[in-house]
Design a protein around this ligand. Structure first.
Ligand code: SER
Length: 882
């Protein structure tokens, strides 16, 4: 009996053998469709190849595509577990031709694979065709030899396949398997077609048209093929089962669920196990593709599926979280075909464990409330909307979880009452916000957020994606369109653009629609909405359009390099300076990073060198940067650095990087930096390239600020420094290696030359200028007026003048470029009578100067104007005369 893994390989090998390129499944979150919540068929990743908007280097492809149908248009969630063939997650096997073969190729391939490789008896197969498609009917007759009653013409949309309200489409032919008359049901198109006897196994779509939003349709330039076959269905058939949940893969998961809950896999809890097995697949694959549980958008669909499974585990009597314990069984089954599952195993387990631990805190009480409500209701009547809302709001029960719980009792929920209660709560939140004094400008963001919910951020995983334009806002008001030259803020349902927060600046880039283009210069956040600050550069863009969004990759890469370097810097500072270091602020811009932290003194050159070397060491180590979502307590236990005073929700994103050789930090003892952070980072630290610390300065009391560069910027800075060094070397006529010695020698030489010069000046001064010895009332007074003698050289000269008079007072005035430097001296025998300080002050005053100071035997002063030095001499004479 072939396993599901064998069947998948047989399918892909068959088409590879026939010239098809085996293309891996695209992620569950479509990058190329703004309206689609999840990939729901194999053709999604190829949709532009059919319309001709995209060409690839192959024209035939085959794939096994991960699909989720839960939330949005195709929603199978409610039926999962209760039927034989509903899943939230399934795999679609397909082959595709882009303008290569058409019906005449697709039908024979399908027939050969089914009847030869899969060895299905021909007489168990029948097909439908679109009622006007004579060509397909003729090919079936020729290729398969089917009788007319086994080629059924269907006039309804069942045989005209459309991707959605717009996009490529065309008539199709579906292949059915007849399970035999032991099972009730009629062939397609008959009154009993809903029975289970005839099961559709494969849909071949003949892509030949494109549908537009205005209802019109055009013929495509080329005719293409898109086929889809659910692996679970064909698997059941080939394994001789009637129920998809009886296939080997699903049984392995069901048995893991039974083992983890110590219950019988196929007993009374059978439905619970089926729900758990299915939901384990969808939740794990969604997490592996970057979706995280939240209360909005895709994250909320994930949360709904998870919690639904968790309630079923609870029904089985599980006392502890169960789902995460089933992940290894899933990885064993599917990890080889989908390596992303293996790579994300730890993240999946952690996310499931966290969600289940949290949900269990309210699940019991919620179920008790539900029981109480139900016991007060008449038999069979619907649960009031207010009660369902309370379960939602207080106990975290998504509406479909409550509906699922009631289904077992044949009851429903009053959904109108639920919606009314939800609307009332929103109105209350709005009223309390209106009273909170926020600016009026913000009202528009509140309105839009109310109307559309938060913007979904895709930018952790991709820099390119499509989004639907929900609103254009100009000067605080919504506008319908914007034309070239207009500046607007654009709100979309989803975006790869990071909005400024946590020190990381907002992304810039390009937005394109079918009618215009805009340059996005910044992205900000308000009320959960991402506001793309834009200038329309070509044509016009309008609300309601789909848009291609492309982040400026080089700019984002530099920002990320700076952000990751900031985390390393934060840790390096703590290790070099001490545990008191705490982040006080940061900026991660494309061209630089800035980091403020608590520390009271300047960093020494040695500390700076150590920090820089440590950061660069981890960059060269080139380790992976990993991201996990966890409960704040678990993050703290890991030693995660959090921002002081910041409020964190009940789940936090934890970014880890760098591996310490055997040192102890946190519980895993190995990770260098662990921080709570919502920003984007490099995938591996080597991408940071290089880290150069420019310097540190005081930011405010007790807070230092470091500025640094990474990557290209750091290299450019170092190159600039090298260039300067080369210039200096050339000036010094030395090699760069000799520059320091040569500079030291120059400084030494300059110092001795300066000394020599001063000496010469002194000698010249003493031998020149006006010198005069007078007798003032019996006291000898020697005064001298010179020029060009520095103030610092005056005291030495005063000493010489005092020796030359023996006993008396002396005054020296130097005219230095028009300014006066003055010094006065009194010999020791006279200091009781005269003070050099008073004498120099009197001299300075005569030259318009103020002040002067020193000791009674020698004092100095300065004055702005030396031109009237004689007056200063006179003033001192007057002072000596008393
Ligand atoms: N797109 C078609 C389907 O989903 C065939 O792949 O059924």
């Amino acid at each position: 009996m072939p396993s599901l893994n064998d069947i998948r390989s047989t399918f892909l090998d068959f088409y590879a053998r026939n010239g098809h390129k085996v293309v891996p499944s695209s992620p569950l979150v479509p990058r190329n469709d703004p309206t689609l919540m999840f990939a729901n068929s194999g053709m999604v990743q190829f949709k532009d190849c059919f319309t001709g908007a995209e060409t690839r280097d192959y024209v035939r492809a085959t794939s096994a595509q991960k699909c989720v149908r839960a939330g949005g248009k195709h929603n199978d969630l409610d039926n999962v577990g209760y039927t034989a063939r509903h899943h939230t997650f399934f795999e679609m096997l397909g082959n595709f031709s882009f303008g290569d073969y058409f019906k005449e190729g697709a039908i024979p391939y399908a027939w050969e694979l089914l009847t030869k490789d899969f060895d299905i008896p021909k007489d168990r197969l029948l097909v439908t065709v679109y009622h006007t498609d004579d060509e397909a009917a003729a090919i079936w007759k020729k290729v398969a030899g089917l009788s007319d009653d086994r080629i059924i013409r269907i006039p309804t949309s069942d045989n005209f396949w459309q991707m959605g309200p717009t996009g490529p489409c065309g008539p199709c032919t579906e292949i059915f398997f007849d399970h035999g008359d032991k099972i009730w049901g009629g062939p397609p198109g008959s009154a009993d077609e809903d029975g289970d006897r005839f099961i559709e196994i494969w849909n071949l779509v003949f892509m030949q048209n494109e549908q537009f939003a205005d209802g019109s349709m055009r013929a495509l330039d080329m005719q293409s093929i898109d086929t889809g076959m659910g692996l679970e269905r064909i698997g059941a058939l080939l394994q001789g089962k009637h129920d998809n949940y009886d296939t080997d893969l699903m049984r392995a998961l069901i048995e893991a669920s039974a083992h983890a809950t110590s219950s019988d896999p196929y007993g009374p809890g059978k439905t619970h196990h089926r729900v758990i097995a299915d939901h384990l697949r969808s939740t794990s694959f969604l997490i592996a593709d970057g979706v995280m549980p939240s209360n909005e958008g895709r994250g909320y669909v994930l949360r709904r599926i998870m919690r639904r499974a968790m309630r079923h585990a609870h029904q089985l009597g599980a006392q502890d979280p169960v789902m995460h314990r089933l992940v290894p069984a899933l990885v064993r089954q599917m990890g080889a075909a989908y390596p992303e599952l293996t790579r994300a195993q730890a993240l999946i387990e952690e996310t499931l464990r966290l969600e289940e631990t949290k949900f269990r805190q309210t699940l019991d009480r919620g179920l008790r409330l539900l029981d109480d409500e139900l016991s007060a209701l008449p038999e069979g009547s619907a649960l009031p909307g207010a009660a369902a809302f309370k379960l939602y709001d207080t106990y975290g029960f998504p509406l479909d979880l409550t509906q699922d719980a009631l289904r077992e009792q044949g009851r429903t929920v009053d959904t109108e009452g639920f919606d009314a209660a939800m609307a009332e709560q929103k109105a209350k939140a709005r009223a309390s916000w209106a009273g909170s004094g926020e600016t009026k400008d913000a009202a528009i963001w509140f309105d839009l957020s109310d109307e559309h919910g938060a913007t979904e951020f895709l930018g952790y995983d991709t820099e390119k994606a499509e989004g639907s334009i929900l609103s254009l806002v100009s000067a605080g008001a919504a506008v319908l369109k914007a034309v070239a030259g207009d500046k607007v803020q654009i709100v979309l349902n989803q975006t790869p653009f990071y909005a400024e927060s946590g020190g990381q600046v907002g992304d810039a880039g390009i937005l394109r629609t079918s009618t215009g283009r805009a340059r996005i210069t910044d992205t900000r956040k308000a009320q959960g909405l991402f506001l793309h600050v834009a200038e329309v550069t070509e044509g016009e863009i309008a609300a309601g359009q789909g848009a291609e969004l492309e982040v400026d990759h080089a700019r984002r890469a530099s920002i990320q390099a700076n952000h990751s370097a900031t985390h390393l810097l934060n840790e390096a500072l703590r290790r070099v300076l001490g545990d008191h270091v705490a982040q006080r602020g940061s900026l991660n811009a494309p061209d630089r990073l800035r980091f403020d932290f608590s520390h009271s003194k300047a960093l020494s050159a040695e500390e700076i060198a150590r920090v820089e070397a440590e950061v660069n060491g981890f960059i060269r180590q080139n380790g992976e940067v990993t991201t996990r979502i966890m409960a704040p307590d678990d993050a703290r236990a890991l030693g995660a650095q959090a921002l002081f005073g910041e409020k964190y929700g009940d789940e936090v994103r934890v970014v880890s990087m760098g591996t310490l050789p055997g040192s102890a930090k946190g519980t895993d003892g190995q990770t260098y930096s662990v921080e709570l952070c919502g920003g984007t980072h490099v995938a591996r630290l080597g991408e940071v390239g290089l880290f150069v610390l420019l310097g540190d300065s005081a930011s405010s009391a007790g807070v230092r600020r470091i500025e640094a560069l990474t990557g290209e910027g750091a290299l450019a800075h170092l190159n600039e420094q090298m260039k300067r060094l080369a210039e200096v070397a050339s000036l010094l006529k030395a090699s760069p290696a000799e520059v320091v010695e040569r500079a030291k020698a120059l400084v030494e030489e300059r110092r001795s030359l300066a000394n020599e010069l001063a000496q010469l000046r002194r000698e010249a001064a003493m031998g020149s200028g006006d010198a005069e010895v007078k007798d003032i009332g019996g006291v000898k007074f020697l005064s001298r007026i010179v020029s060009g003698v520095a103030g610092k050289d005056l005291p030495g000269l005063i000493d010489e003048m005092k020796s030359s008079v023996g006993s008396g007072a002396v005054l020296l005035i130097s005219n230095n470029d028009g300014k006066a430097a003055l010094a006065a001296g009194v010999t020791a025998d006279l200091v009781e009578r005269f003070s050099a300080v008073s004498l120099v002050k009197a001299a300075a005053e005569a030259l318009g100067g103020k002040g002067g100071g020193g000791r009674p035997d020698m004092a100095q002063a300065g004055a702005a104007d030396a031109s009237n030095a004689e007056a200063a001499v006179k003033a001192v004479e007057a002072a000596l005369e008393g």
